[in-house]
Design a protein. Structure first.
Length: 322
């Protein structure tokens, strides 16, 4: 079996991440402390897990603008259920909410033939509204619930639980994406839906499944974020979709679909977190930090466009040679 090799774009991203870490360390030595590196990796997990699901979505030729609102809705559900019934029922309800939203988004896109951007933009607004109504606009406290707190700050053999969770999610996603028929079908649908349909692939089912997977990874991120703040908050995740999409595009996944890069998504998550962490240590205003992330997103779009033009050029050269 042919082994997968790390591509030049992913390697370049890794080099940039290391270089920025070194630069921030020179400017602020606290950047390289064990405590801060651990803090970076824990924060990476929040975005990286959702980015894994979004990588599947982009590969299939769709994306989900509503994941930030899913974060908020699940946070509210989790707090309400956990405070009365316990953590396990809260997790079950959160997963059920994610599956329901994913199916709804998928059905709107596939059965009503509405573009993913418009469909999930509307669902983003509706879901956020439901979260606000459910919480009555107030935070729902989770004081004293050590089982919930473990999700964000617990350790297993000295390793923070969020990092373990991130590794597990990526291990599963890698296997599904590269080693299963489902992963192959996701790539086929993203490359050419008509051809995929002709070959017998149930295109609508694949798209719906991708929306469910994307929602479920957002659910896991919501569990972690809620455990960090120890509140159910309808206001969390307002910029989450932008950050996750920036991460996936920066990581090398094609916007038009057909190919994804889970390794790139993970490294891009680390890069963006390193930037945020470094700017925080340098006491840069939050608004300027958001501006930097916006600039990174624009650069990611430019790089994505360049990659796609090169891919098309190579395809034409191959056809010409044939």
């Amino acid at each position: 079996m042919k082994k997968r090799r790390i591509d030049f774009n992913t390697l370049s991203l890794l080099v940039v991440t290391v270089a920025l870490f070194i630069i921030f360390t020179i400017l602020q030595p606290n950047m390289a402390t064990v405590f801060n590196i651990r803090n970076i990796l824990v924060k990476v997990s929040l975005t990286a897990i959702a980015a894994a699901g979004m990588t599947f979505a982009y590969t299939a030729g769709v994306f989900d603008m509503s994941i930030g609102s899913i974060l908020a809705l699940v946070s509210v559900f989790m707090a309400k259920v956990a405070s009365t019934k316990g953590l396990l029922p809260a997790i079950i309800v959160g997963v059920a909410v994610g599956v329901a939203v994913g199916i709804a988004n998928g059905l709107i896109v596939t059965k009503l033939h509405i573009q993913a951007f418009a469909a999930t933009l509307v669902s983003m607004i509706i879901i956020r509204g439901i979260a606000v109504l459910m919480s009555s606009g107030a935070d729902i406290p989770l004081y004293g619930m050590t089982s919930v707190k473990f999700i964000s700050s617990g350790t297993v053999f000295g390793i923070p639980f969020p990092i373990i969770l991130m590794v597990l999610v990526y291990a599963v996603c890698y296997f599904v994406y590269y080693k299963t028929a489902f992963g192959m079908k996701v790539r086929s649908v993203g490359s050419n839906k008509a051809a995929a349909h002709t070959s017998g692939i149930k295109v609508d089912r694949i798209v719906i499944a991708v929306f469910v997977l994307t929602a479920l990874t957002a659910v896991v991120s919501s569990f972690m974020k809620t455990a960090q703040v120890m509140f159910g908050k309808a206001s969390i995740g307002e910029d989450f979709a932008l950050e996750v999409m920036t991460t996936v595009v920066l990581g090398g996944t094609a916007i038009k679909g057909g190919s994804g890069n889970l390794t790139g998504s993970l490294i891009a998550s680390i890069l963006i977190t390193v930037i945020r962490n470094g700017l925080n240590l340098l006491n840069v205003n939050t608004y300027y930090q958001q501006l930097v992330i916006g600039i990174v997103f624009i650069l990611a779009l430019i790089l994505n466009g360049i990659r796609e033009m090169r891919a098309q050029s190579k395809l034409k050269e191959g056809i010409g040679a044939a």
